[in-house]
Design a protein around this ligand. Structure first.
Ligand code: BDR
Ligand code: CA
Length: 307
């Protein structure tokens, strides 16, 4: 049984990832921690409640940081909708959020059962970085950390060179990459190289269930956005890929371990992911990069959540 803690900023693809995890027979979502990212903390927390409602999951939700560690950053409403869930207008969830701060929950949960929990980070790394500063032993106490973030070949989706989650809180990303070893990273380039095909998108949308209806309503804006961009129906699933790598490590068909750091001060490149592809720095490899993944299996994981 994979026991998950999900740190997230839902987010359409965060929702897909949580849905797949909730439906996965051999996993249990033990807690969800939220962070400001795609939309405000208030909205990401409300959205996490809605997603768990739709999936009928009874896990506690802890609200975390409402700002990045150092500099303010914008959201991704242009892609995820003003509400973060495709402007799907689901009524507010009656679910109660826990009083404990997400950062304290991340520390408490790991210390209560060292080695038991897998942490999957789907948003800016603000909560994780603060938690790590308060308890530097966390990397030994989580069984595994899988992160969605970074543009490993500097093909950014937010600036020319930076990916959204790392750009939203570069200091937090720098802290985690430097001090949380080992970790698995699913990057933006890996995401772009593993899209859902038109047939896969159609098949997902064709399901007839309340969960499929939720998926359709939250995803429509993102699908339209991507169709304009690529000229054909497709779906990119950064957070679902990261969740899939946590659920089934063999879904990653090719990986490589390199030293990776985050640029903090570049005039044009703040938040850039700097990978030592050729081992030139002499620094110890610290990040396992997921380079090739089994897209068909990833699709099956989401598909299974719609039944
Ligand atoms: C990441 O940024 C967010 O918009 C997505 O939810 C994903 O976590 C992709 O760059
Ligand atoms: Ca996300």
């Amino acid at each position: 049984m994979i026991r998950l803690v999900v740190d997230t900023d839902p987010g359409v693809d965060d929702a897909h990832a949580i849905m797949a995890a909730a439906a996965y027979p051999d996993a249990r979502i033990e807690a969800v921690t939220t962070v400001k990212g795609n939309v405000s903390l208030e909205r990401t927390t409300a959205n996490a409640c809605t997603i768990l409602d739709v999936m009928g999951i009874n896990a506690p939700i802890y609200a975390g940081c409402e700002q990045a560690l150092v500099a303010e950053s914008g959201g991704a409403e242009g892609f995820h909708g003003a509400d973060g869930l495709g402007d799907s207008a689901y009524p507010p969830s009656p679910r109660k959020v826990e009083a404990e701060h997400a950062v304290h929950a991340l520390i408490r949960l790991a210390n209560a059962e060292p080695g038991a929990l897998t942490l999957v980070a789907l948003g800016p790394l603000t909560n994780l970085a603060l938690a790590l500063r308060l308890d530097p032993t966390l990397p030994r106490k989580y069984r595994r950390l899988v992160v969605m973030g970074g543009a490993i070949r500097s093909m950014g989706n937010t600036t020319l060179t930076a990916e959204f989650n790392f750009h939203a809180d570069p200091e937090a990303a720098a802290i985690i990459l430097r001090d949380w070893t080992p970790l698995t990273l699913v990057s933006w380039e890996t995401t772009v190289e593993h899209p859902f095909s038109e047939a896969q998108v159609k098949a997902l949308l064709a399901h007839n269930s309340p969960r499929a209806e939720f998926l359709r309503r939250i995803s429509q804006g993102a699908l339209t956005f991507l169709e304009h961009l690529f000229g054909r129906p497709t779906m990119l699933e950064p957070d679902l890929l990261a969740m899939a790598a946590a659920l089934e490590p063999e879904i990653v068909r090719r990986k490589a371990t390199h030293h990776v750091a985050v640029e903090l001060s570049g005039a044009l490149t703040r938040g850039q992911t700097c990978v030592d592809w050729y081992g030139m720095s002499g620094k110890q490899p610290n990040v396992e990069l997921a380079l090739e993944m089994n897209t068909e299996r990833v699709w099956e994981l989401l598909q299974a959540a719609l039944i």
